[in-house]
Write a protein that binds this ligand. Sequence first.
Ligand code: EPU
Length: 416
Amino acid sequence: MDKIIVEGGRALRGDVHISGAKNAALPILISALLTEGTSTFSNVPQLQDIHSTALLLENLGARVETGADTVRVDAGGQIQHEAEYDLVRKMRASVLVLGPLVARLGKARVSLPGGCAIGARPINLHLKGLAALGASIELKHGYVEASAGRLQGTDIYFDVVTVTGTENMMMAATLANGTTVLRNAAREPEIIALADTLTQMGADIHGAGTSVITIHGVSSLKPVEATIIPDRIEAGTFMMAAALTGGSVTIFDSEPDHLGALIDKLRLTGTDIKIDGQVVHVNHEGPLKSVDIKTQPYPGFPTDMQAQFMVLMSIAGGTSMISETIFENRFIHVSELRRMGADIQVSGNTAIVKGVPHLSAAQVMATDLRASASLILAGLVAEGTTQVNRVYHLDRGYQALEKKFAGLGATISRIK
Ligand code: EPU
């Protein structure tokens, strides 16, 4: 398996371009299953998870063509209703095929995703929503088996704010008979991006980006050409890396409006951030100040940036409190950061991070994408050479991360 080798101590300087958002691309590519014809998506990032999605769609009978940053999905032929364990096991977001398959075919058999490193991650709310739309749901041999005639519009209340749950129900409801109202819906930019694509397909959706989304069902949807929004987590990771290393980085092709919580917290650390349209300039001089964060659904501080922010706090001047409220086990990076000299105590869902003068390089690894990114960040400031193992996780969600860091002056390379 590949490894990343990073030498600490260089301030990042220069320009970096942000790729399309993984978490917007996954549901949008899958939404093509709702149409009979060829949809073309651009600004699609080159990632392992995109490759897994293409395989999943092909396995369901769609034809998929992948270009440099485009993906064409032709779902015009016969679509079959089963998503196998091996595909779902590799990528939990595969569960997003449930809604479109039941809406289009009246049936779906999709492997239950199971837990993952960051938490149990049940899909009970996806299933509750589908049942409310009139599907009968059975769990058999590790699979969800759903069947329905035409889905019937209804009110669905989410006990917990769920991103893919909202997306799955939004896709299912587009072809339902009548009106569906999703309450306590997720408000992430990726939800708006999916709603925009579905609307372009002919769906009738109102309120995406608020906690109440109304979908008036239509009888069919047509293929589209759509562009994937910028990856806010990738942009945020580079912003934090610039601040961490005392650097000066200009970030192009991002959407600063999606980064409000991070920008606010970074400014409190003493980082200077200037926004000019889609361009963000990040500059940091002197020591970082400690700041508390608490992860929350959008527009709160994203759980997908908690691990990286913890690295900043690990060398900040003071003590910070980091609370993780979304996933029950998303402190996987703590033990590895401690091995690099960080002073972090965890109690329940809170980490108390006492800043230390410097981190020291080590061999590390993590079993989660964002935790792996945090270890690269730690390597950028640690004294010595850090080796990050199990790069597989990084490749699921960051396009050419080490090349982009090298372009900013980091001494970083990949060993095959
Ligand atoms: N939850 C339930 N029941 C459900 C669904 C969710 O209890 O049926 C709980 C989860 O266990 C969790 C909370 O609700 O405690 C929120 O989970 P959510 O469903 O929102 O997460 P997700 O949709 O599975 C997406 C992103 C994650 C990101 C989370 C939170 C995609 C493909 N994945 O996951 O991204 O962390 O929302 O923002 O959109 C990543 O990119 O590294 C990543 C993990």
